[in-house]
Every structure is written in C-alpha cells, then in structure tokens.
Write a protein that binds this ligand. Structure first.
Ligand code: RP5
Length: 171
C-alpha cells in the first residue's frame, strides 16, 4: 500500500501532527513519522527528503512553526505532493508559520491546511492516495457519511431539547 511520510520540525509539533497520524490509522493508511529540523540538522533533512520517494512515500505531510521552511524544502526535493501544516505559535499566533508555508514560489507547491490543521492534512493525504485506491475511497466516503450523520443527530437533539437544554447538556 502507498505510504505517507509524516515529518515535523520539533517534538513541540507532535500534538498537532498526531492528529494526522490518528486519522490515517482510522482510514487504514500506512505511514511513517519522524522529527527532522531543516534548520538545526540540514544534512539529515536532505538525506531523508532524497530517500523519501525510494522508501515508497506517495505523499509527505510536513508540519512546522515560526520560520517554517520544512514543508517547502520537502516540496523542493520530493517530487510527489507535500501537505504543509502551519503550527500555532506563541508570538505571532501561527500566521508566521502559515505565510512561511503557503507562499511558495511558482513550480514548487505545498498544499497548505489551516493553522494546527493536522487532521485535515491526514484526510487530504488520504484523498490524494484514494485517486488510485478504490478501497480507501470507499472508506473516505464512509467517513464523510459519518460526519453528516453526526451533524444531523445534533440538529435532532436540538429539536428535542430546545436551545437552552442543548446548551446545558454541553456544559
Ligand atoms: C520549528 O520551530 C518547529 O517546527 C517548531 O514548530 C518551532 C519551534 O521549535 P522548538 O523550539 O519548540 O523545538 O522548527
């Protein structure tokens, strides 16, 4: 099965990147996860990125914060899609990460999700793989159906309880 490479610039990114791993597991997608800092260990980064295609990765999910160059540099080296996850940061709120990741020069795209959007990164990677994997496509459709059912159940409960009762049971 096609594999996803999950890479993050620091273990401080783990709570967000774990969301990508969790949804990939739920969807039955094989992945590998590692921590590599493009700034603090550029030689190790280049080796990992150059070997990624040969290891069977079809998509890379790369998360980073602040001057977040890891996703863009993955896209510079890896020839298949890269999904970038901007981390929320304490000083600039993650807009620093978002702009660093999304504003790529022509020719080197990074499919950038929302700040802290680890789960959507996993789903997007799965959707990319699903273009050539019928079973995964079916699981993604079931997942989407589950989302729809969850909202419909909430609306039904709101009808039953009224908005005050609904609010109370949320506490
Ligand atoms: C980036 O710098 C990492 O992706 C992380 O989001 C940020 C801060 O790293 P630490 O100082 O927490 O290791 O490279």
């Amino acid at each position: 099965m096609a594999k996803v490479g999950i890479v993050m610039g620091s273990d401080s990114d783990m709570p967000v990147m774990a969301k990508a791993a969790r949804i990939l597991e739920k969807l039955g997608v094989e992945y590998e996860m590692t921590i590599i800092s493009a700034h603090r260990e550029p030689d190790i980064f280049f080796q990992w990125a150059k070997e990624a295609e040969g290891k069977g990765f079809k998509v890379i999910i790369a998360g980073a914060g602040k001057a977040a160059h890891l996703p863009g540099m993955c896209a510079a080296v890896f020839p298949l899609p890269v999904v970038g996850v901007p981390m929320k940061t304490s000083d600039l709120g993650g807009v620093d990460s978002l702009y660093s990741i999304v504003q790529m020069p022509s020719g080197i795209p990074v499919a950038t999700v929302a700040i802290n959007g680890g789960e959507n990164a996993g789903i997007l990677a799965a959707k990319i793989l699903a273009a050539s994997d019928e079973g995964l496509l079916t699981r993604l459709k079931e997942y989407a159906e589950g989302l729809k059912t969850a909202v419909a159940e909430k609306a039904k409960r709101l009808d039953e309880l009224g908005w005050k009762g609904y609010l109370d049971q949320m506490k």
